[in-house]
Write a protein that binds this ligand. Sequence first.
Ligand SMILES: *Cc1c(COP(=O)(O)O)cnc(C)c1O
Length: 247
Amino acid sequence: MMERSYDEAELLEKFKDFDENYKVIQNNIAEAAIKSGRSPDDVHLLAATKTVPCELINYATAHGVQFIGENKAQELLSKYDQYQLPKENIHFIGHLQTNKVASIVGKVGMIQSVDSLKLAKEINKRSQALDLTTNILIEVNIGEEASKSGTMANQLEELIGEISQLPCVKIQGLMTIPPITDTPNEARKFFSNICNLSVDIRSKNIDNVNMDILSMGMSADYVEAILEGANMVRIGSLLFGKRIYVN
Ligand SMILES: *Cc1c(COP(=O)(O)O)cnc(C)c1O
């Protein structure tokens, strides 16, 4: 499944839609940040760019979007040379197989979806080979759903303890995708639970670990996520319109 391409008229339409969507989202982010006792600048918007063509991604990053996230290694690589932002601001946010790690280490500023020691060790090994350190988030399966990736909450501390020993990965926080709920309000308890986990872990002052980033909230629930402590929201369809998959 790759991004589709647009003709020129469609692109102009897409740019216009983006401008409107971005303005609304920025206002909502600012409002939720203030409501939760923070400054609007403390909450970062990451544009989830799967299926979005590079012309539109580059329009978004030229007009204020600072972070983008791709969720498939193959799609990231196929678009990589066209992105126009520093690689530190390109994140990997999808499920990552160990055999794809080598292809993306060194190309992204953060891998947000680390959920096993095995995966972390592979990232460490590939980072070491390139003489660099890779920033990661630990993905937590906060709803304990069988179908989802992410580590379970009761294994989180042990996993972080083990990963913190690896010299070439650096844990910068947590990421989650909560269960689908009927209303965004019902997601708040999951967001609140992971925020508490993050506070707990921070209080332990583990070497080589910080909890600076709490990445949660998507198109349907980013406001609720911010109200519960998110400082990075990952938004796709609300920014760019409904995803159209072609293959
Ligand atoms: C696609 C995606 C998002 C954004 O989803 P929307 O509902 O379109 O905002 C966020 N996080 C991850 C990991 C994704 O793959």
